[in-house]
Design a protein around this ligand. Structure first.
Ligand code: G6P
Length: 597
């Protein structure tokens, strides 16, 4: 949540910084601001509520001297207002911040400082200013000793034009030197070019000048930004979400191919993940949001294919539930961003208990990757729309590969069996591609449900896990109340909410659940509710149910159907929100990377 961006170099800074900031907007978009040195060497600050676009309009015609820092905000401390927007200034110090300062009230009292804003950030400017005796690095190092919490800071000192200082703890920060100057960003994928970049170690102060960067009291890790990991534009699509759904066949293919050998075996050695990690009796999957739903789906694979017991946890519940990590268990953390605060906290707790850990992450060079050590990658490239889509199908695919590997190691799959499983997984690409052709039918459904006040999502077993994701997707971008229900649980309460005109979306892809799911469907229809059923091409008996709207997906019964279901539920949410004219990529109150617990 919140993104910081900066540039110090030859030529003007405002244009590249505001352009970079727009690419960071997925991290928060309730207000934005920029500070820069003007031609007279004075710091000027511009702030606005709303989108980066508003800031760009505000900055038109401003002249700068080649140094600027900027911020896009998702409010935590203090409401959405110009005074709470970053940058914040106290004395000679102006800064932007991503993170949370836990002891900001204590520091205000200690420094006897009366803030202008309600933020936890402003006090850091006052603190650094109070420590400043003409040595910025020493002032930042001294201030850090008194800070509790997380931060990535970009700092200007009014008597040091042409210079930016940075420091980080927990929050992400990357630096890149280009021919014209140096960039800083919360997310390396937003840099203007590919190539080498640096992630400073925690507490290391970086001094950035046009010619390069110097590190003090620590070092930085050198990483490489590949072309596939750079944020691209919408490429002609109306929304990033649609672009990302359409990319799914390709992102599934890239993700799966990374780990399948020429003879159809699963091999994680390219990421240094050894088989010994899977020598366990239990699996925990811990994640938030859509990634958590990937864990719910995968639990069915692990049980069925690898015969291993699995518990899926919501990361924010994991620590509070006091889960005891057994020595014979492996805890898998799933995260698109690699920086979700609750998932990170759970990772730290498992590591502190000496548990075995593995992470499945999409973004590169993240805090979670560094802290976890064992990491498998989803190869989706940057996912920009707040509602996660392509990361979900790729996470499911990697979890499936993990289940196959475990099954092989436990002697439950021989070489031919493993080959058959990986071949089935390779077919997910074409399943996703064929499913995209259902868009016109899904648009017709969206036309009908976009006026609903409540929508219920039903399923059993793995289809219930999918229903959970269907409800999440719809509510996060359409703001329609959506609820997922295990179909068998319907009659224990939720059926009281079914009345004429209330739509339900049902998923049915497993033969073992067919008759009982269809019974639940009948129960809803008998009470006047309408039901949209997503099912496989070969599912029998659904046409016998009167008044049911059936959408046949281009897939057969079994686990592979989840890729088709995922694409359908994503398109349904997308088309519904589009029909309602909502800001699909940036829904209200949400942010893509949730870096606060
Ligand atoms: C936020 C996003 C969701 C995402 C969740 C977990 O809520 O809006 O789309 O699923 O965080 O994020 P992660 O990066 O850990 O997968």
């Amino acid at each position: 949540m919140c993104g910081i961006y900066g540039y110090c170099g030859r030529g003007e800074a405002l244009a590249p910084v505001l352009e970079g900031l727009s690419r960071l907007e997925y991290r928060g978009y309730d207000s934005a601001g920029v500070a820069f040195f003007d031609a007279q060497g004075e710091i000027k600050t511009l702030k606005t509520t709303g989108r980066v676009q508003n800031l760009i309009a505000m900055a038109a015609g401003q002249e700068d001297a080649g140094t600027a820092i900027a911020h896009t905000r998702w409010a935590t401390h203090g409401g959405i207002s110009v005074k709470n927007a970053h940058p914040h200034t106290a004395g000679r110090v102006t800064l932007v911040h991503n993170g949370i300062i836990e002891n900001f009230r204590e520091l205000r009292a200690e420094l006897n400082y009366t803030p202008v804003s309600d933020t936890d950030t402003e006090i850091m400017a006052a603190l650094i200013d109070s420590e400043y005796r003409n040595d910025p690095v020493q002032a930042i190092l001294a201030a850090q000793k008194r800070l509790k919490g997380s931060y990535a800071l970009a700092i200007l000192f009014s008597d040091r034009p042409g210079c930016i200082f940075t420091v980080r703890r927990e929050s992400p920060l990357a630096l890149m030197q280009t021919e014209t100057g140096c960039f800083l960003s919360s997310d390396p994928s937003t840099f203007p070019q590919c190539g080498e970049y640096y992630v400073p170690d925690e507490h290391t102060v970086a001094e950035i000048i046009p010619e390069g960067m110097r590190f003090f009291a620590g070092a930085a890790q050198k990483l490489e930004l590949a072309a596939t990991n750079r944020t691209q534009g919408r490429e002609g699509h109306e929304h990033y979400m649609l672009k990302e759904i359409l990319e799914e066949p390709e992102t599934i293919r890239r993700t799966v191919n990374r780990y399948i050998t020429a003879d159809g075996r699963v091999d994680f050695s390219c990421d240094g993940v050894e088989d010994s990690l899977f020598d366990v009796k239990r699996i925990n999957v811990v994640a938030c949001g859509t990634a958590m739903h990937a864990g719910l789906v995968a639990a069915h694979y692990f049980r069925k294919i690898a015969g291993v017991e699995v518990t899926s946890f919501i990361a924010s519940e994991f620590c509070d539930a006091g889960v005891r990590v057994e020595p014979d268990s492996l805890t898998i953390f799933v995260s698109q961003s690699g920086e979700t605060a609750d998932t990170l906290a759970a990772l730290r707790s498992v590591k502190a208990q000496g548990g075995k850990v593995l992470a499945i992450i999409n973004r590169q060079g993240t805090v979670m990757e560094r802290e976890c050590g064992h990491v498998l990658h989803t190869s989706c490239g940057p996912e920009i729309a707040v509602a996660s889509t392509k990361a979900f199908t790729a996470q499911i695919a990697v979890l499936y590969l993990t289940a196959i590997r475990m099954a092989a190691l436990r002697g439950l799959l021989d070489a031919a069996g493993e080959k058959a499983e990986t071949a089935a997984l390779c077919a997910a690409e074409s399943i996703a591609r064929e499913t995209l052709k259902l868009r016109p039918a899904i648009i017709r459904m969206a036309d009908e449900i976009h006026t609903a006040k409540d929508v219920f999502f039903l399923g059993r077993a793995v289809d219930y896990a999918i229903a959970c994701e269907g409800a999440l997707k719809l509510k996060e971008i359409s703001y329609i109340h959506a609820e997922s229900i295990a179909a068998g649980e319907l009659k224990h309460g939720t059926i009281s909410l079914i009345e004429p005109g209330v739509p339900s979306v049902c998923f049915l892809t497993q033969e073992t659940t067919r008759s009982r799911v269809l019974l639940s469907v009948q129960e809803v229809l008998s009470r006047g509710g309408s039901v949209y059923l997503f099912t496989t091409g070969d599912m029998q008996g659904v046409e016998d149910v009167e008044n049911l709207t059936v959408c046949r997906m281009p897939v057969e019964k079994g686990f592979s159907a989840v890729y088709a279901e995922a694409v359908c539920l994503q398109l349904l949410a997308y088309e519904t929100a589009k029909r309602m004219g909502l800001p699909i990529d940036t829904p209200r109150n949400l942010a893509k990377s949730v870096t606060v617990a």
